[in-house]
Design a protein. Structure first.
Length: 127
């Protein structure tokens, strides 16, 4: 395994944990948000930054203990999407969003300071 493989595996995990119930477009959108944040930092720094993707870093988040099982069709799709998002072959479906949330779960304070750019599934996307 090399660093590109590792980054893609982390991206697939965050996509799966954050949006596996949102269909292909929702999973793609979460992956695109990660890609939109990668500028001066690495993929791993963005994905593992505390409180940024709660399913990977927020203490007490129930997703922290969730792992895909071999053959999980949603994780297989997440891996395919992660590959295309990582290598740039999948276009951004979020209009450049760098943040998102599910309004039925949380209403973060930062949303008032940003511009809403898309709604995909249950998530609202901002930049």
């Amino acid at each position: 395994m090399n660093w590109d493989d590792y980054n893609q595996a982390l991206l697939a995990l965050v996509v799966w944990r954050e949006a596996r119930g949102e269909g292909s477009e929702g999973m793609k959108a979460v992956g695109c948000v990660v890609r939109n944040r990668v500028k001066n930092d690495t993929w791993t720094q963005i994905i593992s930054a505390k409180w940024q993707f709660s399913s990977l870093t927020a203490p007490g988040d129930p997703m922290l203990v969730q792992w895909p099982v071999e053959g999980d069709p949603q994780f297989l799709e997440a891996m395919l999407l992660a590959s295309g998002i990582y290598n740039g072959s999948i276009p951004d479906n979020t209009n450049g969003a760098t943040h998102y949330f599910n309004p039925s779960v949380v209403l973060p304070k930062w949303a008032a300071t940003m511009t809403k750019v898309a709604t995909i599934g249950h998530h609202v996307f901002y930049k």
